[in-house]
Write a protein that binds this ligand. Structure first.
Ligand code: CMX
Length: 434
């Protein structure tokens, strides 16, 4: 058994005991109330889910297993000579709650390598898809195409105790994660680089191997590690995490669950916002003849976007009420590595211009930028100008968090999700409307 799986198995009995006791002895404790507005308003703020992988504080931002982003960047082991921690180590942290040693990480790196071979039929399917298929559709379909290999399905069909569900879910999740960098890079090279595929390098870690297969030199390996880590998890109520959990609650395996979550990530109000930001920025640059606008010109552009009924992509958040620390981490990287990049300068100008305008407009509860406002600029700088691809990289990162979550869902036997619906007439009656 790998060190990671051993560690996980070690932690399971005590965690099960905690949850069983909580539900059995305190199951009637009231945590929240549901308001009519929440039933039509995306259940915003309703405390009705649980996860121990990450917690999102509205003011502070995300903590992964209790650690802030700066703490993760400081404490987590890094590949020799690197600034950014191993993606494999971040997965270890999310799954176990412990900061791994370098040996723990090496074990995960080696384990992923034994699982990373992508079956040929997946590539054949990608080639058979229409040339104008969005890369997110390709990515989600590729995940689904791997489903025939699900260990969970085989074990379940053979007869599996509920207590053991986590084990094949872990195996499926590991098998899937190990393949995602190659699948993502393959889609990119096939679609945008005349099908000039670069084979994986078995000597490299998750982030560096992705950079290698994308065909982009250092420091893109650093940004890959940072990017996958930042996008991994944002507690469990966001669309991609919740969808993965919801579909998984029907005992659909990790492949079905992740593919469903990725389809949610592909929405413009969620992960696709990172491509929308770059598309929008390009519109500004085109309008300005590829020169930087003045503050006044930019303000006008922002107001024009709002007046046409569109949102400012990359700004606002359902939970956060401050600048997203995932934005700040990417901004810090940009200040160091690409301070003179024209698009970075424009993104920085937007940081000054957009929040006061959103405040003046008075609609958005959070006028500050989220992760997607900054993701594209770094990718663009390193040559990935095909912004349709950005959400695929978000998806590779998000898989790390949502798969960790469904493994723990299985540990405590999280039930089939099935909230109750009421009709509008019932709500009117309850509200006393005659
Ligand atoms: N630009 C313009 N209007 C905005 C806005 C923005 N960036 N953010 C919110 N608003 C508007 C909403 O559309 C809503 O308007 P209506 O009352 O007319 O419907 C109003 O402000 C109140 O919305 P809210 O409570 O502040 O925000 P929500 O929780 O409903 O939505 C989000 C959150 C992210 C969907 C929204 O802020 C938005 O659309 N942002 C732009 C898209 C984006 O960046 N998405 C990425 C989020 C991060 C991620 O998941 O990847």
């Amino acid at each position: 058994m790998s060190r990671l799986k051993e560690k996980l198995a070690e932690k399971i009995p005590a965690y099960r005991e905690r949850v069983t006791r909580l539900v059995k002895e305190h199951g009637d404790v009231v945590i929240d109330q549901v308001h009519v507005r929440q039933m039509y308003g995306g259940m915003r703020g309703l405390k009705s889910l649980t996860t121990d992988i990450s917690y999102l504080d509205p003011e502070e931002g995300i903590r992964f297993r209790g650690y802030t982003i700066p703490e993760c960047l400081e404490k987590m082991p890094k590949p020799p000579g690197s600034e950014m921690p191993y993606v494999e180590g971040h997965f270890y942290l999310l799954l176990t709650g412990d900061i791994p040693s370098t040996d723990d990480i090496k074990d995960v790196v080696d384990d992923f390598k034994t699982r990373s071979a992508v079956p040929k039929h997946v590539f054949d399917m990608l080639h058979a898809m229409s040339k104008d298929t969005h890369p997110m559709t390709m990515f989600s379909a590729a995940v689904l195409a791997l489903q025939n290999d699900s260990v969970f399905v085989k074990k379940y069909n053979a007869g599996l105790s509920k207590m053991e569900y986590w084990d094949p879910t872990y195996e499926d999740s590991m098998n899937l994660l190990a393949k995602l960098p190659e699948i993502a890079a393959y889609i990119y090279r096939m679609k945008y680089k005349n099908n000039k595929i670069i084979k994986p390098n078995p000597d490299l870690d998750f982030g560096a191997n992705f950079a290698h297969m994308m065909g982009i030199d250092h420091p893109y390996d650093e940004i890959s590690r940072l990017y996958f880590m930042l996008h991994s998890d944002h507690e469990s109520g966001n669309v991609s995490a919740h969808t993965t959990h919801l579909v998984g609650s029907a005992l659909s395996d990790a492949y079905y669950s992740l593919s469903a979550g990725l389809n949610g990530l592909a929405g413009p109000l969620h992960g696709l916002a990172n491509q929308e930001v770059l598309r929008w920025i390009q519109q500004v640059m085109d309008k300005m003849g590829n020169t930087l606008p003045t503050q006044e010109e930019l303000k006008k552009f922002v107001w024009d976007t709002l007046k046409s009924g569109q949102v400012i992509p990359g700004y606002g958040h359902a939970v956060l009420r401050k600048t997203d620390p995932r934005y700040t981490a990417q901004r810090d990287f940009s200040i160091k590595y690409l301070p003179d990049d024209k698009i970075f300068k424009l993104v920085s100008m937007l940081y000054e211009v957009v929040p006061p305008i959103l405040v003046e407009q008075g609609k958005a509860k959070n006028p500050w930028p989220n992760v997607d406002a900054h993701s594209g600029v770094i990718q663009w700088h390193y040559g990935i100008t095909e912004y349709d691809f950005y959400t695929v990289m978000f998806g590779v990162g998000r898989a790390i968090g949502v798969l960790s979550n469904i493994i723990w869902d299985r540990v405590v036997g999280q039930a089939l999700e099935r909230p109750k619906s009421l009709t509008t007439a019932m709500l009117e009656e309850r509200a006393g409307i005659k």
